[in-house]
Ligand binder design. Sequence first.
Ligand code: THU
Length: 134
Amino acid sequence: MDDLTDLVAHARHVRARAYAPYSRYAVGAAIRADDGSIHVGCNVENAAYPEGLCAEAVALGAMVAAGRRRLVAVAVAGGDAETPPTPCGGCRQKLMEFAAPGAEVAVADGENGPIRRMRLDALLPGAFGGGGGE
Ligand code: THU
C-alpha cells in the first residue's frame, strides 16, 4: 500500500516557498493525480487577509492547469507534529470536486514527524456534489 511518504516529502519541500508574512504559518501541499503526476502548492497570503490562498487550493489549481482532473491523494505539511494542518472547510469542498473514490489525505508537520492519514470523504460528510472532476 502507498504510505504517502513521497507525497508528504513534496509538501514539505514546497512549504519553504510559502508566502505567509501575516500568519507566519507556512503550509505546503502536494496532490497526486490519477496518472501518478504530482502537483504542488503553498499558501499565498495577502494584505487583504481574506484574499489569501491556501496551499491545497494552489496545488489543485496547478493540477487542473496541468490537464489532470482526478486526484487520488493529497498531502499537507505545516505546523507541529501535534497539530498538523488539516484542510479548511473551503478546501475540503474544492478538493472533493476532483476526488477519486476513496481519495486520501495525509497530514504532517513541516519536519520529520509522523504522518496521519484519513479519507477525504470522512472530512466532508454529506458533501454537496463533487467527485471525479467529470
Ligand atoms: N492554511 C493552508 O494553506 N492550508 C491549511 O490546510 C490550513 C491553513 C493557510 C491559510 C493561511 O495562509 C495560514 O495557513 C494560516 O491559516
